[in-house]
Design a protein around this ligand. Sequence first.
Ligand SMILES: C[S@@+](CC[C@H](N)C(=O)[O-])C[C@H]1O[C@@H](n2cnc3c(N)ncnc32)[C@H](O)[C@@H]1O
Length: 497
Amino acid sequence: MSAIQEGSEPQRLGNSAEQLSHAFIVTIGATVPTGFEQTAAEEVNEKIGADVRIGKDRGRIYFEITTEDLPRVHLLKSVDNLFVVVEHYTNYEFKDTKEETLEDFQNLASKLSWKNPLEVWRLNNDVKKKRWRRKGGNVPKGKASGASGDSGKDQVEAVAKEMESLRLEPVSPADGSREPEGDTALDNEAPGGLDQDAEGREEGAADLPVKFRVTCNRAGDKHNFTSNDAARDFGGAVQDFFQWKADMTKFDIEVLLNIHDSEVVIGIALTEESLHRRNITHFGPTTLRSTLAYGMLRLCKPQVSDVIIDPMCGTGAIPLEGAMEWQQSFYLAGDNNDMAVSRTVNNIGHIHKKRQIKGSTAWGLSIDTLQWDLCRLPMRTSSADIIITDMPFGKRMGSRKKNWDLYPACLREMARVSRPGTGKAVLLTQDKKCFTKALSRMGGLWRKALTVWVNIGGLHAGVYLLKRTGAIFGETPEDVREPRGANDTAGATKEHE
Ligand SMILES: C[S@@+](CC[C@H](N)C(=O)[O-])C[C@H]1O[C@@H](n2cnc3c(N)ncnc32)[C@H](O)[C@@H]1O
């Protein structure tokens, strides 16, 4: 089996992020919306300067950073969850029987080089604490150790103290447990920087055992074990090795065991909650992940002063992500459902409020919201640069039957407001049959430039990048259809069906 080795040997590190001058190299893994791996790779390359390897497992990317770049990794917009890689086997040789394979997993725990990844986990907690402080001191759920009435600062300090007194080193033979076997970097010393705890801690403060859990994600049909088997046996061995305490809900460390066919990646999670929830506080029935919204926006490369519309905005996930990330464009968000429009307005308001609390002097977001019917937009012909939207799939939202009227009407009206020759549309739908048929009838107005296949909650959907042809609206056979009458509501959908 071949293992991709973690960067260079670390120098000693202190316990705080301030001492990052002794940075070392680590591999970071990230989960991203499936289908948008390449887009995420471009973002990492652009913002961190790292080369990215796309995992065999769809929806995963890997890149090397020096620990100094850890704060920047948390600012990536296409990333859902982050982890530090402990070991990566590109071609793990599973044994022929379940028992032997699980025994190998048990033996693995003491053979891995945990030192650097644990130090990264520690540094990452410092990074997160700083972010919490900046955000007003909210401690993640399940982690606060102070009384419920604690101020944010007290809570952060309580967590910091708790982190510092955690016992991270493996148990030595003198502690009565078995000696780590094989080639382990942890034989004689605690993970980098963690040995300082013994001196740094207040006298009398007891060692807190680390609470941990192992999560196994497995894909592939050639395995003779289940993900539960693997998590249980590998987890048991990790517990024995470090004398950590297993806790499935209130854990300090989440060890990841990702198995995809013959690729095995062991990591430590650096995020508790997916980063995709960043902008939305008022959720709707089909709120889009901000990470996917970011990927869709990147596909159309917004330019300064572009007019960008989301004509079916729902909770506003797409225009909000755009207004936060591509601030030099102007966004219009609309929906025919009044509840959706209120949610968008509330989400925008919440971001304004958060900025005010932080004392930001930035101007408001360049975004306007209104209630409209996409099939009759109150906009001039040829006035929009980019149309980007997440269409009703016809499952939780709307119906397949209605889509046969809605989709052609959408494409026609979008073609009307788009600038001929330069206009673009990025449209997400799972109703591929209906979409493809509608598009085939609009050949004179739209040209399909790219399709990205994505997985939305288990549904196979397409993100279509369309380019507006140079044809003038009203002069092609496609747009001769009668405009819709005032009572024609085929395209309208209710939110709760
Ligand atoms: C899949 S949802 C969009 C979800 C959105 N991206 C979000 O993150 O919340 C589709 C939206 O299209 C809206 N819609 C359906 N028909 C419409 C029409 N004719 N005009 C405007 N909006 C429409 C629905 O009300 C719904 O909010």
